[in-house]
Write a protein that binds this ligand. Sequence first.
Ligand code: SF4
Length: 284
Amino acid sequence: MKLIKAEVLGYCMGVRRAVSLAKEALKAAAGVYPVYTVGPLIHNPQVLEQFRAQGLEVLDEVEYLEDSSSVLIIRAHGISPQLETTLACKCARMVDATCPIVKKSQIQARSLTGAGYCLFLAGEQHHGEVIGIKGYAPDCLVIAHPGEVKEAAENLYHRTPHVKTALLGQTTIAPDEYQCIARAIQVYFPNLEIIDSICKATRDRQQALIKLCTQVDALLVVGGRESANTRRLLAIAQTQGKQAWLVEAASEIPLEIRAYPTIGLAAGASTPDELIDVIAQALS
Ligand code: SF4
């Protein structure tokens, strides 16, 4: 069996930075005071388990944070400024691990609405990143898919036909979906300002995967099932007509894979290097 790795795979800059800041915070705490995140730091079960063993606690809701001696890490997805203010009163210190690319979107959302634009935000309504950005532009219109544009844009057009409009996207949205949403809004607002907010890390991993699909017979995509970008890699491999599996651990490698002479290895942006190495070793 021949194994070929995608040219770009695994941790993106934002996740690598968040993991490193969390390690530093845990080291400084040395078990003397608690360290929390609101929601999982990254979408990878093994990494979360390692952090949990070192004392990092994941809170489901901010209400559970009651220890004023604690340190709170803001995830790479970022949070709204309103939530940041609330949390600042509940802990001793906050470590801001918001990815700089997400931070840029937050600042753009605020400055565009401050400049009088009506903002369309393309992304998943309940995704942490979208909720955070919405906090910077509370009146923005969240569009989950192109089918939602008509009603939102038509209503806006009837109320304020001459308003300046802008479109910002979740950093991990698929470029073709973003374009599709943009074109649907332009039917009502031809002067729509389209902000290029899609993260290059996502694009790079997807393009590397498409290239890999031309070189292999089947693929393994390594990463957490909770990770949206990992699941998207799997879907892309399948639309390229390849047999592909998503695995979280070496024990999940399917036996059928032996039937394929050349195997490709790809990994989502929250997959650690060590896990990629373990899977590669198991395959070889
Ligand atoms: S995918 Fe991009 S935006 Fe998201 S955390 Fe990684 S580097 Fe940041």
